[in-house]
Design a protein around this ligand. Structure first.
Ligand code: SAH
Ligand code: SF4
Length: 341
């Protein structure tokens, strides 16, 4: 187990099992999440015997950076990390002057097999533990601290389907959100899901402040199934039912993601058709021209078609933004994360 797999209460249990006072658990917690210590030697408030026992049982940084790529504009950085079992994951840091968004992974690979996604093309390896998810954030928090910066937003949009690894993803978010520790605001997290209706409902019932984005990408089941195979199991209407439940339970606005692919889902007809389906739902659409991947022949839409798509949606009353593509030159854009293992 990693030290980051523990929350404060399980550290307290550990302290009691080891016969050390409970406040030691708080000191460990604060060392990890407030001081961002990277080594057990930094925990100078702890007795030496406890420090060496901790060092013998837990590693602090389970992630070994093995490659780092910086985009030509210097604003997007992709880091590949090796996990203890040799699998690799990738994390992307995007900088906008003093704002830093981290795009973190929830699984090694992904089981959903979306045809246009590099992670889908590599298949499923395994779920990440909550500690492995937390560790991605702490790695960058430490790095940014050297520049007097902090991550400002965290998007769970890297490798993997977070709602396929629901418990560990939520445990990681809760740990990072804990006010006595890293205290990262719930509203500054965004989870992106391929659209698993039962999990959307569960998420709605938990009434979290975390933002939710749904990868919709198509207005009809035939088109969506050809892009996202999971659509055969959970068709659009089932997802939208769950989305309506979500907005009614939480009052929160949803984001629908749409990777615009030339001649697949970028027509004004698709825009009009989806606008009809989304009418009355508290939402907006985030459209992004497709990022290229080796395993998929589809091409990005043109800027002109993207703007036409946006104006068709808006004319029908659905707010839409066309996002800039970032990090394409280092394959750090949405859906481009994959590592050869
Ligand atoms: N599994 C989750 C989160 C990771 S993917 C999900 O699918 O939502 C993050 C986003 O990138 C999703 O909206 C996904 O559909 C999109 N995406 C995948 N491949 C892409 C590509 N090649 N170009 C643009 N967006 C892509
Ligand atoms: Fe998995 Fe998301 Fe990629 Fe689909 S788009 S294969 S769900 S990571």
């Amino acid at each position: 187990m990693l030290i980051y797999d523990h929350d404060l209460s399980s550290l307290e249990e550990l302290a009691s099992a080891w016969n050390v006072p409970g406040y030691r658990a708080t000191q460990i917690w604060e060392g990890l999440y407030q001081h961002l210590y990277a080594s057990w030697e930094d925990f100078t408030a702890l007795p030496a015997a406890l420090r060496s026992r901790l060092a013998a049982e837990f590693e602090i940084s389970p992630l070994v950076p093995v490659a780092r790529l910086d985009s030509s504009d210097g604003q997007t950085h992709k880091t590949a990390f090796r996990l203890a079992d040799e699998l690799q994951i990738e994390v992307v840091a995007m900088r906008y002057t003093r704002r830093v968004t981290l795009c973190i992974s929830s699984q090694a690979g992904c089981a959903m097999g979306c045809v246009f996604c590099a992670t889908g093309q590599m298949g499923f390896k395994r779920h990440l533990t909550s500690g492995e998810i937390v560790a991605q954030v702490m790695y960058f928090a430490r790095e940014l601290k050297l520049e007097g910066l902090k991550p400002t937003n965290i998007v769970v949009m890297g490798m993997g389907e977070p709602f396929h690894n629901y418990t560990n993803t939520m445990a990681a978010i809760d740990r990072l959100n804990n006010a006595k520790g890293f205290s990262f605001g719930a509203r500054r997290f965004t989870i992106s899901t391929v659209g698993l209706p039962a999990m959307i409902r569960r998420f709605a019932d938990e009434k979290r402040q975390v933002n939710l984005a749904i990868s919709l990408h198509a207005a009809d089941d035939a088109t969506r199934s050809s892009m996202l195979p999971i659509n055969k199991k959970y068709p659009i209407e089932e997802i939208l039912d769950a989305c309506r439940y979500y907005t009614s339970q939480t009052g929160r606005r949803l984001t629908f993601e749409w990777a615009l692919i030339d001649n697949v889902n970028d027509s004004p007809e698709q825009a009009r058709a989806v606008a009809v389906r989304l009418r009355g739902l508290l939402c907006h659409v985030n459209a992004i021209p497709l990022n290229p991947t080796t395993g998929y022949a589809g091409k990005a839409t043109t800027r002109q078609r993207a703007l036409l798509f946006k104006s068709e949606l808006e004319r029908a009353g659905i707010p839409c933004s066309v996002r800039l593509r970032r990090g394409i030159d280092i394959a750090a854009g949405c859906g481009q994360l994959a590592v050869d293992v």
